[in-house]
Design a protein around this ligand. Structure first.
Ligand code: DX5
Ligand code: ZN
Length: 222
């Protein structure tokens, strides 16, 4: 199954609930929420109170991407705020296994993310603990950046390892994804596309439908 995860970082924060409902109604399955702490990444976005306050506006899956140092400190609070999947960065955790275990013990799905400079092998020891791998195709920290060419090779390397270990894991790509490069990351094994600017710039519903059509075409190919 292919899933679209619109990143609300590119939404209008003054109309967040209706911007979330727009992608929900257009058929996006995940809502991607980018949490930044100004330490792990240069910017600060939003945290638990914002997530909690938009939780009731949609039933879609809340895919929370934590770009924060030592996320283990806040897992309980993000679960309480309404996260369905919590993804942490391999680079941000002193004890990655303990962090993933804490997420799983909280009853939500666990994801592991890696930044562009991090080698795919860095996450291999954790594959049997996660439900999702998130490959960053831009440096984490800001929306609206350009896709780093070659990120699809990292997707392919991780997909090969997932298959080798016979695991069922969502493989997500995040950063600079648009209608022109979507097919190539899907071809390498990604099944979740995070998209901020390319969903929220212009006609939101039309943009979502275009991505869903790309998924349809891919479904017919395979
Ligand atoms: C970047 C975030 C992304 C970002 C994607 O640090 O993790 O989720 O919002 O935005 P676009 O699609 O605009 O690159
Ligand atoms: Zn993200």
């Amino acid at each position: 199954m292919y899933y679209l995860a619109p990143s609300i970082l590119a939404a209008d924060f003054g109309n967040l609930a209706s911007d979330i409902q727009a992608v929900d109604q257009a058929g996006a399955e995940y809502i991607h929420l980018d949490v930044m702490d100004g330490v792990f990444v240069p910017s600060i976005s939003f945290g638990m109170p914002v997530i909690a306050s938009v939780r009731s506006c949609t039933q879609r899956i809340f895919d929370v991407h934590l770009m924060i140092t030592e996320p283990i400190r806040y897992i309980d609070e993000f679960v309480k705020a309404g996260a369905d999947i919590i993804t942490v960065h391999v680079e941000a955790c002193e004890d990655v296994k303990a962090t993933l275990q804490k997420i799983k013990d909280s009853g939500v799905k666990a994801g592991i993310a890696l930044s562009p400079k991090t080698k795919p092998e860095a996450i291999f020891p954790y594959l049997n603990m996660v439900d999702l791998v998130l490959v960053m195709s831009v440096e984490p920290g800001f929306g609206g950046q350009k896709y780093i060419e070659g990120s699809e090779d990292k997707v392919a390397a991780i997909k090969a390892e997932i298959d080798r270990c016979d695991l069922q894991i969502d493989l997500s790509v995040d950063g600079g994804i648009n209608k022109d490069n979507a097919a190539k990351v899907l071809d390498q094994g990604a099944n979740v596309l995070v998209a901020g600017s390319s969903v929220y710039r212009g006609d939101i519903a039309g943009n979502v439908r275009d991505f869903l059509e790309i998924f349809e075409r891919k479904n017919h190919q395979t």
